[in-house]
Ligand binder design. Sequence first.
Ligand code: PLP
Length: 400
Amino acid sequence: MAEKDFSQYGVGTRGVRAGQRRTQEGEQSEPIFTTSSFVFDSAEQAAARFSGEEPGNIYSRFTNPTVNTFERRLAALEGGERCVATASGMAAIAAVCSSLLTHGDHILSSNGIFGSTTVLFNKYLSRFGIEHSSIPLSDLDRWESSIKSNTRMLFIETPSNPLAEVVDIKQLSEIARRKGCLLVVDNTVCTAALQRPLELGADLVVVSATKYLDGQGRCVGGAVIGSGELIEEVYSYLRTAGPSMSPFNAWVFLKGLETLRIRMQAHSASALTLAKWAQENSAVKQVFYVGLDSHPQHALAAQQQEGFSGLLAFELNGGRDEAWRFINGTELVSITANLGDAKTTITHPATTTHGRLTDEERDVAGIHQGLVRVAVGLEDVADLQADLQRGFDAVKKGKR
Ligand SMILES: *Cc1c(COP(=O)(O)O)cnc(C)c1O
């Protein structure tokens, strides 16, 4: 059951090999331990396991070998000491807040974070006396001046979804450190293959494994990665509250990690090709993609990321009619709000992911009616371009 240290290896290699502990069967691919509990040799051993004197498995809400392998591999990828897996991305975020915050604390987040995260902060955590406010992602002066005496956590997603804003993680982590706050980065869009916030000074990374870590839209899961000390707090909450990852899902994600690096490179390459192409179309008012030279924060993104991921948004001239006509004009891509799938998806943020905001809130967030978001998958890029061209043709036709 010996485990090698992969810290000197590249991200691609770590994704394929880190964290594996072969059993005496000598398996090449990691096994799935579908068991809820574990058996002890004696009453003495049971007592030693429960008291923590002897390390080892007890019950799969606490630990499971397949889940542990996924955790070790993802920790190695993110460059963190320890990782704990959760039942979903939202369970990861909820566990971080529930275990590390208390009544009277304040969360300062960037605007436009994932919808359910906003609901968690504003509707549920507020009931326990935890405050939340949000500010524009990129404005470092604003972060510095918005931190209050009770601000305990800064929470960001960079690049933001769908408008692709970026913040300098290193500089923000210095502000957080100086002010005594934790910096938590939701790394779902880039993943460890393209961006490693812990190496840039963040305290914790949370991720929805449901998206790119799986990469083929099969399972729901999440994880938190960081120092041993912080993760122990999160783990201790999780094993009590219960939203742990199932061994089967852990195995799917583990296999996903083996192809993560190469998939993220392919998603990024196709998205960049389509972004450049869309930029040339006269029906397009603006393309939102950090990989474009014309993006105001391209240099920063190129420095802190190793690729720009597969999320691409563009605003069409016109409004909802044009956007809907575009979406309905496509034939190949899937009309759904998910992201991080091998299958390309297309969505109209203003009436789906951001549909519950008021017109004014949407305007402030920059989610206009003409905006279309594409989560570029792994199909041939020529086929995707041809399909999006059908969208542009449908917009044009509708005009006559
Ligand atoms: C999907 C998503 C989440 C939530 O993850 P689930 O696995 O759906 O619970 C959190 N943050 C981001 C950025 C996401 O895209």
